[in-house]
Design a binder for this molecule. Sequence first.
Ligand code: PLP
Length: 458
Amino acid sequence: MKKSPRINTPARLDARAEGDINTTPGRQDRQTLVNLETRDLLDQDARFFFHQSLSTPCLDVVNHASGVFLDCLSAGRVMDFHGNSVHQVGYAHPHIVAAMKNQLDRLVFCPRRFTCRPAIELARELVKRSPIPHSKILLAPGGAEAMGMAMKIARHATGRYKTISFWDSFHGAGLDTCSIGGERLFRDGMHPLLPGCLHAPPPAVPPSHREIPSLEAMRDPGYLDYLMRKEGDIGAVIAEPFRYSFALDPPTGYWQQVRSICDKHGALLVFDEIPVCLGRTGHWFACERYSVVPDILVIGKGLGGGIFPLAAILAHSGLDTARDLALGHYTHEKTPLGSATALAVLEVIETEGLLGKTRDQGNRALAALERLKLKYPRMGSVTGIGLQLAIELVDHQGLPDVETAERVLYHCLSLGLSFKVAGGNILSLAPPLTITGEALDQALEILDFALGREYGIK
Ligand SMILES: Cc1ncc(COP(=O)(O)O)c(C=O)c1O
């Protein structure tokens, strides 16, 4: 296998911030391992789709997805611990598929100026669970659109356009959302971005990503207080409660402090929980883990059960101030099919006790990863928040080991386990919350085997 030079420049890590990329020599090698039929389909895919480093050219062709498994044309059965974070309830959950089929027989679309029973029912069920008192909701066809609506509400309600968000965060690929996002992969070459989008260093990063020691002080909420005091007119702090792919909690009390700093300066607190809402942390919403209530909570991905593209914002009814304007106006807004899907997702989470199960399975998986760490010293930190788990791979100096991370990924893939590699060296594991203990153990065995081969330890 060809080796790329071991130079972990910040730019090289930035390119891989959001996930493993398809432009590396390791990936080229991997792409020679597919059968002829797959090769032909991948070539067609590459011929017709625009190329992007996180998608096309692709790895394999999925024929079927069910539960935790993808059935791929070349790789065969693969456990999916990536799933673009949509598969809290696994793929093609029978209850959800049945609810969708049932809805298809009743009402398929709800044009503007009308509403429909499933949308009203979904709003009621989300408001019932919302950590924000007196919530109202808006629906959108995707997370980036929902984040855009949250930004518009914050502008309208506060009369201020400036925001503070965090470097290394992701809030969607649109121009508004990549202005508040903090990943160069989405921002480079796209300027000018929205004005007034200030950024602060994220509150928590894995040890190998703490490249500049003097930066550490700026991770303190006090820095946000300072920025807000100096600017004077910040409308909102916008954040993921934790960077999901790092599975790393901010320091204890961080969000409570930020909450009171926002209140002091009249800014809203907007939480982007798009990839981690609805149970991934073992709570309905991640903010519950930190006992903090944001002003606007944005959810998505798993809301559509891994089938239907759907996102929503939940916010205090006092923020319902833009009655003469249009905040979203998305064609698929009060979608009957999407709403019926989301209602079925909520039912599955409840009837299968997925919140408690996630906490238990998450604790068990984290304990297993900690045992692996004793065996493989090059595993830097291992962290877990519910069933969002992360393993940092470092070199002998404690710096990001990008090459090993990529090789471990491809080795795991060939053994039937898929996951994301975030930030170049973080193996980010997000299984469906419905996963059985047996399947989880099997995945950990694959990981153990791949790490053992890489580090020459049995
Ligand atoms: C934290 C976060 N916010 C926003 C988004 C954007 O969601 P969508 O892809 O549905 O636009 C994502 C998607 O990965 C995300 O992870």
